[in-house]
Design a protein around this ligand. Structure first.
Ligand SMILES: Cc1cc2nc3c(=O)[nH]c(=O)nc-3n(C[C@H](O)[C@H](O)[C@H](O)COP(=O)(O)O)c2cc1C
Length: 307
């Protein structure tokens, strides 16, 4: 392959073919004011020790401040935070004026409503071409079920768009994992005492509409969230798609919240669903989530940050 000549603009477009999340990197400047910029160069580096990286352009007015600060935070933006991304990518006088924020456990600003955050001490700053790689050691983090904002070929994309492209039809079944305060909603499976997630078949209305109707029928307020598992039930000839949805605690129209633990989901009748929920309970405990692709019996888990 001969490839494309190394024109920087063509190279930037080529980098853009890779879909990324969108983050705002923050720190406290020398004058005690919060600083931040939009970045999609974030990547996980190591679990032990827990390290991540982000690269900052050497032309950034904030580079010196980030290099000399004791640490920085990575705020992974939620799908509704395009305006936050735009604010932190523009030369705005006070980028923090339009967001709520607080200091994290390590001391850098955490923006309200994000999908996840990592608060880090600065482990190392490595010069790399026209950027500087900031390597952070994670001192605290939180991941919520809120779907993250994506960036692809210069435009924002959301998981809801991905859901719109999913297959539909009588052989597609969706379930909603409604999570609130470490618990999930389970309902009667209608087959003699067992439990199940709220589940519905998808018809011509499509996945998004079916999911919204499924959530509404539970009587709870919840945001339709990101896909957690896609698996095929070979025996029934159905494809299952499970969505994680952040719910407000409240009284469900039917069923009850149970602890998201192996014991809490033990009464789930469908083995594939039970195994999926046991995995979710495990991942919630250690804070490392993945998406399951496969069949009823075998599949693979793709870590959310995996390429
Ligand atoms: C989606 C997106 C991703 C970006 N990723 C990065 C990045 O990884 N590193 C970087 O230095 N700038 C990145 N930028 C550009 C900065 O956000 C932008 O240049 C900002 O104005 C820098 O501000 P500063 O000079 O005040 O630090 C990105 C911008 C957008 C919109």
């Amino acid at each position: 392959m001969t490839g494309t000549p190394l024109d920087p603009r063509a190279l930037r477009d080529a980098f853009g073919c890779f879909m990324t999340g969108v983050t705002v990197i923050t720190t406290i400047g020398p004058d005690d004011r919060p600083l931040g910029f939009t970045a999609n160069s974030f990547s996980s580096v190591s679990l032990d020790p827990p390290l991540l990286l982000v690269s900052i352009a050497n032309s950034s007015i904030n580079r010196a401040a980030f290099e000399s600060a004791p640490g920085f935070a990575v705020n992974i933006l939620a799908e509704g935070q395009k305006d936050v991304s735009a604010t932190f990518a523009r030369p705005v006088e006070d980028r923090f004026a339009t967001v709520y924020w607080r200091k994290g456990p390590v001391g850098s600003p955490l923006i309200a409503g994000v999908s996840a955050w990592f608060d880090c001490t600065l482990e190392q700053a490595v010069a790399a071409g026209d950027h500087t790689i900031l390597i952070g050691r994670i001192g605290g983090f939180e991941a919520t079920p809120a779907p993250g904002l994506g960036y692809y070929r210069g435009a924002y994309v959301t998981p809801a768009q991905t859901a719109a492209q999913l297959p539909t039809g009588p052989d597609v079944v969706i379930s909603a994992i409604l999570e609130a305060s470490g618990q999930i909603l389970l309902v009667d499976d209608g087959q003699g005492g067992g439990l199940t997630l709220p589940t519905a078949r998808v018809g011509r209305e499509g996945v998004q509409t079916a999911l919204a109707a499924l959530i509404a029928a539970t009587g709870l307020t919840a945001a339709p969230g990101s896909i957690y598992a896609v698996y095929e039930d070979v025996a029934q000839g159905r494809q299952h798609i499970a969505f994680r949805c952040a719910a407000e605690t409240g009284r469900p129209a039917r069923g009850a919240f149970v602890d998201l633990t192996a014991e809490g989901v033990a009464e789930v009748t469908d083995p594939a669903m039970r195994v999926m929920l046991e995995r979710l309970a495990d991942e919630a405990r250690i804070g490392n989530y993945g998406i399951y692709f496969g069949t009823h019996e075998q599949g693979r888990v793709q870590r959310t940050g995996e390429r």
